[in-house]
Design a binder for this molecule. Structure first.
Ligand SMILES: NC(=O)c1ccc[n+]([C@@H]2O[C@H](COP(=O)([O-])OP(=O)(O)OC[C@H]3O[C@@H](n4cnc5c(N)ncnc54)[C@H](OP(=O)(O)O)[C@@H]3O)[C@@H](O)[C@H]2O)c1
Length: 263
């Protein structure tokens, strides 16, 4: 049986990956700093949880012994935590090579190397670490998750508005679809020592259309307000660099996801 180590497997994408691995009957261990309580949504019955700090390296080598494949769904959103993506990638890949892991699979973001947005710069550095690693590697670049889009709409709640960034569209994808595609990449045939591909949601939709679907599904009375999104991320979105219509591998649309998860 293939043994999978999911680094960051208690997170949003990571816990979906853990569920998908277990659904396929794979032996699954989760590497993160905190082990989730059995009553929390991050906990998936059947997985084993190992406490590891990717930055200090605490617990890392032991946690990887016997694993065939590592799937990296780690995250560090804040400026202070970003080293998880950069230094963390180096630490994880070195420890995986030392433990005899065969393949490393990274979850990244579509066109992440084409923006000056500082979080994206850290993600691009993470990708570079994978492309230069001693292990066989596959990088799966996803579009934005449905959760991220819904979170942007929910952020206007206190002001009674539903923010819509002018001139932007999304091809958002469910983390369940991302998990399926990531586990396919982690366990299927590879296209070379270091390979990668993009995956997107089933539909490209304007942010306004998505906002209307979100309002209908959540019963929000918030007023849809168009606003500019300044900065590098805004430019990235207006240029449509977040879209990969030719790689619409996700199945669940935003409106189907809204009906299922009721955010
Ligand atoms: N959001 C999107 O739309 C989107 C789209 C495409 C790709 N992605 C990528 O998907 C990945 C996962 O994102 P997410 O939102 O699912 O992340 P998340 O929910 O924030 O989860 C992050 C995970 O990393 C672990 N972690 C953080 N610091 C750690 C450390 N020092 N040592 C060990 N584990 C650590 C966390 O567990 P502990 O805190 O317990 O350590 C948690 O399991 C990211 O790389 C992101 O760039 C996101």
């Amino acid at each position: 049986m293939i043994s999978i180590a999911v680094a960051g497997g208690t997170g949003l994408a990571g816990s979906a990956v853990v569920r998908e691995c277990l659904r396929r009957g794979l032996e699954t261990r989760v590497l993160s700093r905190h082990s989730p309580g059995a009553e929390t949504p991050a906990y998936v019955e059947g997985a084993s949880y190992v406490q590891v700090d990717i930055l200090s390296g605490h617990g890392l080598e032991d946690a990887l012994v016997g694993a065939d494949v590592v799937i990296d769904t780690l995250n560090g959103q804040s400026r202070a935590a970003r080293a998880v993506l950069t230094l963390g990638a180096g630490n994880l890949l070195r420890a995986a090579a030392a433990a005899g892991v065969r393949r490393a699979t990274l979850l990244s973001i579509v066109n992440v190397d084409r923006s000056a947005f500082s979080y994206y710069r850290a993600k691009a550095e993470q990708e570079t670490a994978y492309a230069g690693s001693a292990l066989e590697s596959v990088t799966v670049r996803s579009t934005q998750f449905h959760d991220l889009v819904a979170g942007m709409f929910a952020s206007g709640r206190r002001l009674g508005i539903v923010p819509v960034f002018r001139g932007t569209s999304f091809q958002s994808i469910s983390t369940a679809d991302v998990a399926r595609l990531l586990v396919d990449a982690a366990t299927g045939p590879v296209q070379g020592t270091h390979s990668g591909f993009a995956v997107g949601g089933p539909k490209v939709q304007s942010m306004r259309e998505l906002a209307n679907e979100w309002r209908a599904a959540t019963g929000s009375a918030g007023r849809v307000v168009e606003m500019p999104l300044p900065g590098a991320f805004g430019r990235f979105l207006r240029e449509g660099l977040n879209l990969v219509p030719e790689a619409a591998a996700g199945r669940e649309t935003f409106s189907e996801w809204l009906r299922r998860v009721r955010p």
